[in-house]
Design a protein around this ligand. Sequence first.
Ligand SMILES: NC(=O)c1ccc[n+]([C@@H]2O[C@H](COP(=O)([O-])OP(=O)(O)OC[C@H]3O[C@@H](n4cnc5c(N)ncnc54)[C@H](OP(=O)(O)O)[C@@H]3O)[C@@H](O)[C@H]2O)c1
Ligand SMILES: *[C@@H]1O[C@H](CO)[C@@H](O)[C@H](O)[C@H]1NC(C)=O
Ligand SMILES: *[C@@H]1O[C@H](CO)[C@@H](O)[C@H](O)[C@H]1NC(C)=O
Length: 301
Amino acid sequence: MWLLLMVLIPLLGLALAVYFYSGHGNFSKEMLRGKRVLVTGASSGIGEQMAYHLARMGAHVLLTAWTDTKLEQVMEKCLDLGAASARYMSGSMENTAFAEEVVKEAENTWGGLDMLILNHIGQTFYDFFNGDVAHVRKLMEINFLSYVAMTAAALPMLEESKGSIVVVSSVSGKVASPFVAPYSASKFALEGFFSSLRHEFIIKNINVSITLCILGYINTESAVRAVSHAVKLKPAPKEECALEIIRSGVLRQRELHYPASTVTTTLLLRNLAPRLLDSLIRSSIQLENIKRPPPPQGSGH
Ligand SMILES: NC(=O)c1ccc[n+]([C@@H]2O[C@H](COP(=O)([O-])OP(=O)(O)OC[C@H]3O[C@@H](n4cnc5c(N)ncnc54)[C@H](OP(=O)(O)O)[C@@H]3O)[C@@H](O)[C@H]2O)c1
Ligand SMILES: *[C@@H]1O[C@H](CO)[C@@H](O)[C@H](O)[C@H]1NC(C)=O
Ligand SMILES: *[C@@H]1O[C@H](CO)[C@@H](O)[C@H](O)[C@H]1NC(C)=O
């Protein structure tokens, strides 16, 4: 029975993935030429790759991340690759005022905005939740609240341009797995907030698309560093992932699942066989490689 399910569900997942991604019109790189795009978390990983794709497509890019050394190099490379223009701004998204300043910068330089790509995340640990509430608060600020603040600040410009909001989330924002509780919470929050907002835009006739990107394991340096000792899956390529995110945003898709068949299959299983999915998730992790937290102090052990 399970065996049958294990064959049928991936097939169904694949069929649904094909269904979801066909019929949305055709993507062409020309669609981004001259567009004004703000990318957060653009100094490394998927955000960096998005900046390069956008540059090759001839977009104007405003890049932001925490530290400026890497960001400046990414900006230079964008100019070499053919960006219509490129600039950057560094600062911490833990601070809502900075999030708003970045949007202000787009307004001051371009007088408008076509696409807002929200992608940055604060540093996460792949480990048992150790009771550190301050860390959860900090991640909610960086991974969630700053997304809300940037959206609020950018909305007038996006309404005017009939633009797009692209929210980079994760399978961990749809299905929980162990060792990522604070991160997972911040990603679940994104889905709730932006899905509610999508309704309101439709009710108010606001033509701004919201694309939620549900990503599986991608081969960025930080992700590989965080989980490769415990997760033996092969990560998907960040370059292709970055392109798929841009494509889904410009085609105004509701959701992107990347890599498509793995993510869609996981989401199907979540509804059909949640306990099975939970046990599959736990068995895919090499638990012996996760260090157990020390016993609480004063417990006498
Ligand atoms: N890689 C995966 O396996 C995977 C899987 C699912 C979802 N995703 C999602 O994909 C997105 C990108 O992931 P990634 O792996 O490419 O990440 P990454 O390489 O670690 O990049 C994170 C980016 O966020 C910036 N950042 C960190 N702390 C910040 C802060 N306090 N304020 C402002 N910016 C800050 C970093 O800038 P600095 O370099 O200056 O610190 C960097 O540009 C994230 O939303 C992530 O949740 C990734
Ligand atoms: C997309 O392109 C294909 C072939 O290039 C064409 O047959 C199809 O009609 C196009 N679809 C849309 C929606 O434009
Ligand atoms: C919303 O804007 C997009 C992009 O400009 C356009 O293609 C689409 O037809 C618009 N939709 C509505 C309902 O006006």
